[in-house]
Each structure stands twice: as structure tokens, then as C-alpha cells.
Design a protein around this ligand. Sequence first.
Ligand code: ZN
Ligand code: FE
Length: 275
Amino acid sequence: MPGDFHVHTQYCQHGADDKMEAYVLQAIEKGLTHISFTEHAPLPESFTDPAPHRDSTMDRNKVEAYVMEGKELQRQYKNDLQINIGFEVDYIRGYEQETQTFLDTYGPEMNDGILSVHMLQAPDKSFFCIDHSEDEFGRAADAFGGLLPLYKAYYDNLQSSIEADLGHYKPGRIGHITLIQKFQLAYQKPASFSEEQKHILELIKRKGYELDVNTAGLYKPLCKEIYPPVELIAHAAKMGIPLVPGSDSHAAGGIGKGFEYLSDYSLQIPQRLAL
Ligand code: ZN
Ligand code: FE
């Protein structure tokens, strides 16, 4: 296993308090050679976090501290582990300019990064964080007029995220492309969406991006499936899309969790972002 390339830290407001160093030590103990810290980048300043506790990302005032702490760990553990520092950046339709401004500012500090869709805007203009909780997901489905339009909006926004021009430092890896299925055991998938999913993979391929192969879904009680599910991982592999493993850990103990289920695939380390 090359490493864990989707990892959160104590800077995440909805995760554990485990320090970045605890994640590093856990990665070394598990025999990993690489880790990418991909903390949730602060949301655009003009965007209001729709999550009930407004805790979807890291605090905007702590970005410098996060980067500094990561760099210090890079130095300290350089003989034991390759540590990348980056962000999981939200793609929010309509906020591309602000997102690019953040990337232009911090991109030069980033060695790796993920672009993800968590926020969707309903027809009444209100936003929902689709992976927050079962209840929020239900409210989102109501606001969109059902599960079918909600799923459609998700894949549509995912497509926009891949096509969006976010400048030179746009992350080269697309996060958990089936996150909309996080509560699928409570809210049954309204259709297969396999055409949309394959189209997403085609766009990823065309753009030369990587796929976040994310084991977190396996441990979500209402999902129990890797993001994306194995058929899609196999399809992406056939297409030659780089498969980059990530646990999406929000606690140090989660490093490399579920990677034993990925042993059939040839996994890759990320192509480093241009520095
Ligand atoms: Zn998170
Ligand atoms: Fe995410």
C-alpha cells in the first residue's frame, strides 16, 4: 500500500482532536510510505456554511498554523514518511472565483489536493451539505423535490467541478465521486446513475485527473460501500485513471482503514502538483 492520501486533522472542526503528529505516527506504524494531509479548506468568505453547526471545514484563521505544522512534521519525519500537505477543496457552483483566489494564495504551499462536492444549491437557492447527516440529507431531498433531482444535481455539480477553471493550482484528484450514496440504506438510490458515473470517469480521464478511492463509505452505517463502489473502481482502472487510496480519516486511528479491500487494484501515489 503506497500511502493514505485523504486525511483530516485536528484543524477540522467536525473531526477528532488527534494532532497531525498522531496521524503521522499511525501511518509509520502501519508501514505506509506516504501520507497526504488534505484538510477541508475554509469555505469562501461570502458563503454561509449550511451545516447546522457551521463546522464543515477548518477555520480560515488557522490555515497558516496548519501549513506550518505540516511543514515542521515534514522536516521531523523526513526519513520515515513522505508527508504531503494540501487541502480538500469544496467545489461550490457560483463560488469559483473565490475558490480560485484561495488556491492561488495557498497553492504554492500545497503538495497534493482533492476537489470535492459536498454543497448543493436547491431550486429555492438554499444550500445543503449532502453528507452531513441522514436528517439533513432528507431535508435536501425535500428541498430538491425528491431524491431523483437531488442525485441529478449532485452528478451535474460533480461534472462542473471537473470542468471548472480554478486556475493553476486546481487539485488534480476528484473526491469520493459517489458521496451522494452515503445514506443509501435509508434513502434508496432512485436510479442506477451508472451512465452519469461513467461520464464522470470519462471527464476525469480526459482531464488527466486522479480518482480518490475512498474507504470511508465502508464504515458509514447507511452506506457500507467504498466511494466509488468496486464496479466503478474496476472500470476506472480499465480506463487507466490513476487510483489514489484515501481513508478520509477524521481520527488518527483511521489511517489506512479498509485498505485491505483495495488489494485487487493497482493503486498509485498522486502526481505531485506543480510547485
Ligand atoms: Zn470532513
Ligand atoms: Fe469530503
